[in-house]
Design a protein around this ligand. Sequence first.
Ligand SMILES: Cc1cc2nc3c(=O)[nH]c(=O)nc-3n(C[C@H](O)[C@H](O)[C@H](O)COP(=O)(O)O)c2cc1C
Length: 368
Amino acid sequence: MKNLLFTPYRLNGIELKNRFIMAPLTRSRATSPNEVPNALMAEYYGQRTSAGLIIAEATQVSLQGMGYANTPGIYSQEQIEGWKLTTEEVHKKRGKIFLQIWHSGRISASKVNGLQPVGPSAKIANDTSVYIFDGAPNGDATFVPVEEPRALTHKEVKETINDFRTAAKNAIEAGFDGVEIHGANGYLVDQFLRSNSNQRTDEYGGSKEKRTRFLIELVQAISEEIGKEKLGVRMSPFISFKDMSDPEILDTMLIAADKLEQIGIAYIHLCEADWDDAPIIPADFRVRLRSTFSKTIIATGNKTPEEGHELLSQELVDLIGFGRNFISNPDYPLRVEKNAEITKITDNHTLFGGGSARGYTDYPFLEN
Ligand SMILES: Cc1cc2nc3c(=O)[nH]c(=O)nc-3n(C[C@H](O)[C@H](O)[C@H](O)COP(=O)(O)O)c2cc1C
């Protein structure tokens, strides 16, 4: 039987040729200063249009929202123009592409953007670092510890929601087919969701329900701006890294999912595992999520094509995301189809690359 990953899918009116999703992958190749997307990035994304949908890397909605060096932004006209290179290249090759919009919150340091980090509360993420490029040999990144954040004022929370709204509008102007809110992996939206990082006493904190409010206001604002059918949300219920352990998180995410269902966004994207030691996802969470949220669900994290097929056949998810395999195999779906060899990432130092094509656009295609 043919792997279900090869069946087309209709994502709220957007025709996807298959169910392989290229997961968002920070690669730190934007041109700095000003964090402008460039022709090298357009070439990289253009190489990966065999995916049914590309979700382009986490892209900050403001300078304050920047957490690592050389990550792209989507808040200036120069950045919008830079992203047009990518969307034009992807569309020319008949691909589809969303942009992941991002605020790193407390996961940042003044060495990255010259600013003190901000968060829901003035609570540092222990044992967590970010990287800068400071002239180390080979262009390698240098890791620096995150700094104590200050709590966003109520007014700043509203302004941040507005930054996301503007970023979504800019993404559509830049030619993206839609946007994904980065609500995963310990960054600002996730920081609002969790009891340990969110100790606010206003309407954005204090109970599970109130901790979902920031995300839901973002979703409402962006839906008004670009349409709910062009909007997805990524969440990572099972992570604990970046000091994010929270016993209430599964319930909180299901409360959020219920609200996202009522608003009617395009999809929820589960970021299930980052590295190889991630926990197994309990099947009952998938069942509960499926019964709460009727639209598209994407699952990403350490999936083999066989596991992807299995999950699709159980109808608990609709699309499967692949991260690292798309880094080192620009034509990953073709390789799966032909049962061809899968290239491994050869050098982890090139994952976050400070402008270099090495380990970025030089992974081979099958035909070569
Ligand atoms: C180099 C690298 C960069 C990543 N950047 C992002 C990102 O910008 N946004 C995000 O939500 N997840 C990011 N992730 C997580 C991936 O989207 C994905 O969930 C993870 O790699 C697990 O999938 P995989 O096992 O198929 O690689 C990143 C992962 C890697 C390896």
